[in-house]
Structure formats: structure tokens, C-alpha cells
Design a protein around this ligand. Structure first.
Ligand SMILES: [Zn+2]
Length: 264
């Protein structure tokens, strides 16, 4: 059943997707924090990162808990970063946009799995400048698992697999070349793996746009960071920039690619 059959049903589905997205975002935030701080994310209850108090149900409602508690821990009154609330809102928005773009389809499910992984790896990358392997591996598995359900032809599958592999190979060659010229690491291995996933999902043409946009985003982030902190050459987490450009192209890239192809 399509969400576009009935306006009321569409609004209902969007609200549901928004709530679901905020809850998922909250969970992923917590998972990312635990990965970044080397804690197991399946064991143990959620706790305040400052006083360690185990959080109750009322402390764990996405977005609302943060607002009602005035951005403070209920127990020790330590300020809680608005990052949690903002990222939960952001992921709620991503979920709604994904639903509107892909309707209730197997593609929606597959792309939500991808969105979760991109969101999580971005948060981890921002904190410890590393992209967890699991966040790259799961989208690849999801892509292959979804093949029978998303109506791809054998040629489509081949094109996307070759795009992913080709992308990885070309970028690896470029990175090795730059590393040699610059005499230092120019791009992390995690970023490289992420580009392979991007090629797999988007194909060659849309990936080129995503690469271009992620470079611009990365550059802006770098400039903003440099203004914030003087000296000691800050490390730029490139993961979030790639993730954002990647997902934006997945949602709205078709039109852009078709327009560009029309120009040629
Ligand atoms: Zn506390």
C-alpha cells in the first residue's frame, strides 16, 4: 500500500516515521557514544555520562526528555549537550524524508538500514576520528540481501557492484599517490571503505556528485574548525561529510544526474 493513496494516511505515516526516527536516533546516539568510548553497546542500561546514574523511562524519551529536563541530568544537574536532542530531531527528519521518497517499499527498509549506519559512523567519526567497520559492512550486506526485493536486473546489480569496486580501486590509487607526494596520510581507511559503499548504492554517476559535494562539505567543516581552534592542525573528520552527501544523493540524486546528462 502506498502512503500517497490518502492524505490522512500519508500524514499518519509521516508522524509515525518521525517518532520512530527520533527513537532510532536516540538509540544510535547511545550506540555511537558507547563505541567511541569502548563500551559494549548491548550490555548495560543507559546511564548519565557524568554521574553514572541509571536513566529511567522518563529520562529516555527522545527530544522531549531533554526539553522538559531543561537540558540537565535529573540526578546530578550536569548540563547535557544539545547534540543529543538535535541529532534525534535530525534523524526523525531523515526518516520522514526517506519515507516520502521511497514510500513503503523494500528500498525504504534497505535505505533506512543504510541511514542508521551512516548516522552512527558520523557520530563516532566526529568523536574519535574513526569509522567502525560494522557501520560499513552492514549496509553492504543489506544491499545484497535486498537485491531480490527491489526489482534490480542482473545488469543493474553488475553495474552497481563494479561501481563500488571501481570506486574503491581508483580512490585507493589516488590516496596512495597523494600519501606519497604529501608524505602523510591524506585519507583514512574508513573513509575509503565508505566510498566503496557509496559506489555500490549510487552507481558511478551519482557517486561523482556525492564525492564532489562531500569534498565541499569537508572543506567547509575544515575551515570552520580552523577558525574555532588556532594552531595544532586539527584533524578533520571526513566521515560525516561523505555520509551527508551520500545520503542526499540517494534521496534526490536522480533528478540531478538526469539534468546533467541532459546537458551533455
Ligand atoms: Zn547525572
Amino acid at each position: 500500500m502506498s502512503i500517497y493513496e490518502d492524505t490522512f494516511f500519508m500524514i499518519y505515516c509521516c508522524v509515525l516515521a518521525g517518532v520512530f526516527g527520533a527513537v532510532l536516533g536516540s538509540f544510535l546516539n547511545c550506540a555511537a557514544w558507547r563505541i567511541a568510548h569502548g563500551e559494549s553497546f548491548v550490555k548495560g542500561r543507559s546511564h548519565c555520562t557524568s554521574c553514572g546514574h541509571v536513566l529511567g523511562f522518563l529520562d529516555l524519551i527522545p527530544v522531549f526528555s531533554w526539553i522538559f529536563l531543561g537540558g540537565k541530568c535529573r540526578y546530578c544537574k550536569t548540563k547535557i549537550s544539545s547534540r543529543y536532542m538535535l541529532t534525534e530531531l535530525f534523524f526523525a527528519l531523515v526518516s520522514v524524508l526517506t519515507l516520502l521518497r521511497f514510500d513503503l517499499s523494500p528500498e525504504f527498509v534497505r535505505n533506512m538500514v543504510l541511514a542508521c549506519c551512516l548516522f552512527c559512523l558520523s557520530l563516532v567519526d566526529l568523536e574519535i576520528f574513526e569509522i567502525p567497520n560494522g557501520c560499513v559492512l552492514i549496509p553492504v550486506l543489506a544491499w545484497f540481501a535486498a537485491i531480490p526485493f527491489v526489482g534490480m536486473s542482473g545488469m543493474d546489480v553488475l553495474y552497481h557492484v563494479l561501481s563500488g569496486v571501481g570506486y574503491g580501486a581508483v580512490l585507493l590509487a589516488l590516496v596512495l599517490l597523494f600519501d606519497k607526494i604529501l608524505g602523510k596520510e591524506s585519507m583514512g581507511g574508513g573513509d575509503l571503505k565508505l566510498f566503496v559503499v557509496m559506489g555500490l548504492y549510487l552507481g558511478v554517476a551519482a557517486s561523482l556528485f556525492a564525492l564532489f559535494f562531500s569534498c565541499i562539505l569537508g572543506l567547509i567543516t575544515g575551515l570552520v574548525q580552523k577558525r574555532g581552534k588556532e594552531g595544532n592542525g586539527p584533524q578533520i573528520p571526513f566521515g560525516p561529510a561523505i555520509a551527508l552527501a551520500f545520503y542526499a544523493m540517494l534521496l534526490y540524486g536522480d533528478g540531478l544526474v538526469n539534468w546533467y546528462m541532459g546537458l551533455l
